[in-house]
Structures are given as structure tokens and as C-alpha cells.
Design a protein around this ligand. Structure first.
Ligand code: DAH
Length: 339
């Protein structure tokens, strides 16, 4: 019996020291100390031992039992400590690593260009307003001296909602709202979205943006228009920028002009950017037509005004040297992230 006990003790020791997981230790515990374990079986056979030897043998069994329990506990504690350490090591955080940059959004080139234009005109005392995108024919055409049979009406391929309502083809409609709602002196800048039934290509889109300007006051002359727009061009494209006004026709202004700026790429010598001419067209403008003033109950004998309209996309494309307008609408992050 004693020999068997010692043999169990020896085997338990070996198994415990080579047991490599808490699960394995538990198996060993069950096999030796469990209900049907080896040591328990021996304990049960104590009744076969001579009565006088029982206390001694019983004590021996108990000693072996507590020895094995102790070893199991120790091995278990050691393993748990190792596991904890390994877990800590795996979860270690290197606080010296550079932090991840949070992704910050980018302003759209249109927005940047618009804010620049607004900054310039607000500095000149203009108020920024907006008008509706869905307009009555009256505001988009008729009040702007474009009657039903006017050819300019066909040129601006219009999205009609019904016989009377349409998607505005130009921000010039905001001129009428400004003159109906306010009395001179008026000095407004009205940016917004406009719509034309155009096919999409590098320079056309069915929806784009314009920025309208309107000044109405006593004694406003073409010199005011020229001075204002020349100042605008210098602020936007650089101090050396020259401007040139070419006669043009718009139904709602008289006289009308288109303004060119000297090419800011080549300084006017002629390059690929300005298609060799040295000049780049940037806006339409003119003196508010007396008939337009009259329609808004402003007496053209007392008041005069000038107006201008700038294509926002055109400014953005020029300023950032982008050669395809479609890039502005596709919202490709690889493109937008550059601004
Ligand atoms: N509305 C014109 C267009 O869409 C642009 C324009 C020209 C606006 C002359 C004006 C202006 O205010 O005076 O082509």
C-alpha cells in the first residue's frame, strides 16, 4: 500500500510538472483526487487494512493528498501568472507612437472660390443675399427685359416646371427681387445655383453656379462699374491683373460688356492657358436697363445702376487650374483632398 502511495505521489509530481495548461492540471486532479480518482480508491480500500495499521496508513494517504493538492495549486498559480503576463504583453500600448491623424474634411473648390469672391465684395460694402432656385418666368426672363419672343430665351435652354414656373437659368433673377424688396441704395451680391438643359461635358453642366452683383443708387456710372470690377479682378487674380471690357449684348443691361482679365499664367504674353490671346473672359456686366428699373418701380431718371454676373465654376477652374468642370461635381475624394 505504501509503495503504491509513493508511486502515485511520484507520478503525480511528474504529471504536474509537465502539465502545460490549467485544463491539463484539472484532468490530473480528477484522475488522482476525484471521486473515482486513484487516491480516493485507495482511501476506500482502507477498510481492508488491518485495524491497528489504519490510522497510520490513513494519515499517510492524507499527507500524500495534501502534498499533491499543494503542488496542483502552485502549478496552477504559476500558469495563471504566466498567462496574465502574456496577455499584458500582447496588449501593451506604445505610447511613443505618433497619433493617428483624424480625417478632416476639405472645402470644395467652389466653396473656397465663392468665399473669396464674397470676402472681396463684402469688403466693398455689398450685402450677400440669395434668391429662389424655382422661379416664375417673370423673374427669370420678363422682368429682365427678355419677353416671350426674345431669342435669348431660346439660348438659355430652360427646365420648365409648368407654363409659369421654371428652374432659374441665371442668378440675374435676384436683381428683380432685390429691387422689389429694397429701395436704393442697393448693393448686393447674390450667389446661387442655376439650371440649363445642357449636355454634360468639360465646360457644361445642367446645373452650375453664378454670382450676381447689383448696385443701384443715384449717379452710378459705367466708371463705377469699371472701377469696381477692376478692383475685384486685382484682388482675385493678383495686383498686376489688367482688365478689358468688350462690348456685348444682354437684354437687361445697356450698355453691356464682357470683362476679360489679363492671363495670370503668362501675364498677357499668350500661353496655352489663355489659348494664346493673353486674355481670359470672366464675366458679363452692364448698366441696368432703364426698362428693368421701371419694372421694379425705380425711376431711371433718378437712379442708375450696374450689374454683373460671374460663373462660379469658371472662377474655381481658373484659380486652381482645373481643366474639366466635371471634376467639380464627381466628389472624388482624391480630387477634393487637394484643396
Ligand atoms: N445672366 C447672364 C448669363 O447668365 C450673366 C450676366 C451678364 C449677368 C450681364 C449680369 C450682367 O448681371 O449685367 O449669361
Amino acid at each position: 500500500m505504501q509503495e503504491r502511495l509513493y508511486e502515485i505521489r511520484k507520478r503525480a509530481k511528474e504529471m504536474i510538472s509537465s502539465g502545460e495548461s490549467p485544463e491539463r492540471l484539472n484532468e490530473i486532479k480528477v484522475a488522482i483526487l476525484g471521486k473515482k480518482g486513484e487516491l480516493t480508491t485507495i482511501m476506500k480500500s482502507l477498510k481492508d487494512v488491518a485495524p491497528e495499521d489504519r490510522p497510520k496508513v490513513g494519515q499517510m494517504i492524507n499527507e500524500v493528498r495534501s502534498e499533491i493538492e499543494e503542488q496542483l495549486d502552485e502549478a496552477n498559480a504559476r500558469m495563471m501568472a504566466q498567462l496574465r503576463e502574456a496577455k499584458l504583453k500582447a496588449e501593451v500600448i506604445d505610447v511613443t507612437l505618433p497619433a493617428k491623424k483624424p480625417a478632416v474634411g476639405h472645402r470644395h473648390p467652389n466653396t473656397i472660390a465663392l468665399e473669396e469672391v464674397e470676402r472681396i465684395f463684402v469688403g466693398l460694402g455689398y450685402e450677400v443675399t440669395e434668391g429662389p432656385e424655382i422661379e416664375k418666368d417673370y423673374y427669370n426672363f420678363e422682368a429682365l427685359n427678355i419677353p416671350a419672343d426674345h431669342p435669348a430665351k431660346d439660348e438659355q435652354d430652360t427646365f420648365y416646371i409648368n407654363g409659369e414656373m421654371l428652374l432659374r437659368t441665371q442668378t440675374s433673377s435676384t436683381q428683380i427681387h432685390a429691387m422689389e424688396e429694397g429701395r436704393p441704395p442697393i448693393r448686393i451680391l447674390a450667389p446661387g445655383r442655376v439650371f440649363r438643359a445642357d449636355e454634360v461635358d468639360a465646360t457644361h453642366s445642367p446645373s452650375f453656379h453664378q454670382i450676381e452683383g447689383l448696385v443701384v443708387d443715384k449717379d452710378i456710372t459705367f466708371a463705377d462699374l469699371k472701377g469696381t470690377l477692376a478692383e475685384f479682378a486685382k484682388e482675385l487674380f493678383g495686383e498686376e491683373t489688367k482688365v478689358k471690357f468688350r462690348p456685348h449684348h444682354f437684354p437687361f443691361t445697356e450698355p453691356s460688356a464682357e470683362m476679360d482679365v489679363s492671363c495670370f499664367k503668362c501675364g498677357g504674353k499668350g500661353c496655352r492657358f489663355c489659348k494664346g490671346s493673353g486674355w481670359i473672359e470672366i464675366l458679363g456686366c452692364g448698366m441696368v436697363h432703364p426698362r428693368v428699373l421701371e419694372k421694379c418701380n425705380i425711376d431711371p431718371k433718378e437712379y442708375t445702376g450696374f450689374a454683373f454676373g460671374v460663373g462660379l465654376e469658371r472662377i474655381a477652374l481658373l484659380k486652381y487650374e482645373i481643366d474639366d468642370m466635371r471634376l467639380l461635381y464627381e466628389n472624388d475624394a482624391r480630387f477634393l483632398n487637394q484643396f
